[in-house]
Design a protein around this ligand. Structure first.
Ligand SMILES: *Cc1c(COP(=O)(O)O)cnc(C)c1O
Length: 400
């Protein structure tokens, strides 16, 4: 079926989109309304951790949609209990609150930290509410999570900001220490900054941050909306540093493509009282049934070792490509990686790759001098090699 561009005008304009309408997706591949196929290295922004429309998700949706959609968050339901238990059994956390988006989970983490700060004030009685976050971080698009984010320009876009999010520099422990005062309740970070350009916090920094926050009685919050659910080769990225945070948020991969997110914490931090937190769709059985199918797949014995092996395959391939085309190398963890271009040619590459014929390639350039790769976690060697060959063609076509 062909779509007329005018048909799209009914959708509110929020960003420039290419003139393509996608109609189907399977695994690493998308098909548009003209029948053209695309190798997809966006996967809904690291969302489809098992690729497009995997059988385990369609089956979970089909089965659960015939049983129970939403009894309301005021009642228990079986899939949310199962998913909460799977998450706590496989992490350092004891309590789970489900949400529908990463921003909503982070908003919950911010509220939980502020509540905790009020409940356990400093010895001097000072109210604790400040959460130290980081330059170039991304935590979502609600007012509080935009204020928490360190994206340039976001401090004035919808001014006034929500107060109380001083910014430190990633991998600079002294910059965190300088911001701690008697109002500080938490430090919040992405173990790998995603939107900021795939910048991993170093193991040493994560360990120093855990030691510092413990010593000063401050909570450590990890935003694993992008880095969690196997993306970095371990179930959660904090495990790479062998530390135990106090609060974690999940999104994206946990739903494998459907709206599901989670806020997790240790038992003694779970201090919400009735009426303080909630939401109509939170923990609904349709989405949490999908979450159960996703995490059970990730927990199969060979799954995460294979993610690490494919991450290494992609890393080696990107390094070879970088050398061949005189680029600046690559970075990342597991299957969240970036190619450093050394010049602002990212948007050009993204467009040329999409327009390749007969088969297109979907890439993302979170910064003009960088390409980000977020394949399905079950991507094959052949699909990595094909992407690298297509990218190499595009670079040559553009004269690099
Ligand atoms: C995508 C993302 C978010 C926001 O998630 P939404 O589901 O879009 O609200 C928050 N934090 C990080 C690290 C993200 O990558």
């Amino acid at each position: 079926m062909e779509y007329n561009h005018a048909d799209t005008n009914a959708l509110m304009f929020i960003t420039n989109r290419p003139d393509i309408v996608f109609t189907e997706g399977h695994g690493m591949w998308l098909t548009d309304s003209t029948g053209k196929r695309y190798l997809d290295y966006l996967q809904g922004w690291a969302v489809n951790c098992l690729g497009h429309a995997p059988a385990c998700i369609s089956d979970a949706l089909a089965v659960q949609s015939k049983k129970l959609l939403n009894p309301s968050p005021a009642f228990f339901n079986a899939p949310s209990i199962a998913l909460a238990n799977l998450l706590t059994a496989n992490s350092c956390f004891d309590r789970v609150f489900f949400a529908s988006s990463g921003a909503e989970a982070n908003e919950g983490a911010i509220k939980l930290a502020r509540k905790y700060g009020r409940k356990f004030p400093h010895a001097d009685g000072a109210n604790r509410f400040e959460i130290i976050t980081f330059d170039h971080s991304f935590h979502g698009r609600t007012l509080a999570t935009m204020s928490a984010s360190g994206k340039p320009g976001w401090d004035t876009m919808y001014a006034p900001q929500v107060a109380g999010f001083p910014k430190a520099e990633l991998n600079d422990i002294a910059s965190v220490e300088r911001l701690i005062n008697n109002h500080t309740v938490a430090v919040m970070l992405e173990p790998v900054q995603g939107e900021g350009g795939v910048i991993p916090a170093t193991r040493e920094f994560m360990q120093a941050l855990r030691a510092l926050t413990r010593e000063r009685g401050i909570l450590l919050i990890v935003d694993e909306v992008q880095s969690g659910m196997g993306r970095t080769g371990t179930l959660f990225a904090y495990q790479l540093s062998h530390i135990e945070p106090d609060i974690m948020t999940l999104g994206k991969g946990i739903g494998g493509g459907v709206p599901l997110a989670a806020l997790l914490c240790r038992e003694e931090i779970a201090c919400f009282e009735p009426g303080e937190q909630g939401g109509t769709y939170n923990g609904n059985p349709l989405m949490t049934a999908v979450g159960v199918a996703v995490i059970e797949t990730l927990l199969a014995p060979d799954f995460l070792p294979t993610v690490r092996e494919r991450g290494e395959w992609l890393r080696q391939g990107l390094l070879a490509l970088s050398e061949r085309h005189g680029l600046q190398g690559e970075r990342g963890e597991g299957l969240l990686r970036a190619l450093q271009l050394g010049k602002d040619i990212g948007p050009q590459i993204v467009e040329a790759a999409r327009k390749l014929e007969p088969v297109g390639l979907l890439l993302n350039s979170p910064r003009p001098d960088l390409l980000r790769f977020m394949p399905a976690l079950n991507v094959s060697h052949a699909e990595i090699d094909q992407m690298l060959a297509m990218l190499s063609d595009v670079l040559r076509m553009l004269g690099h």
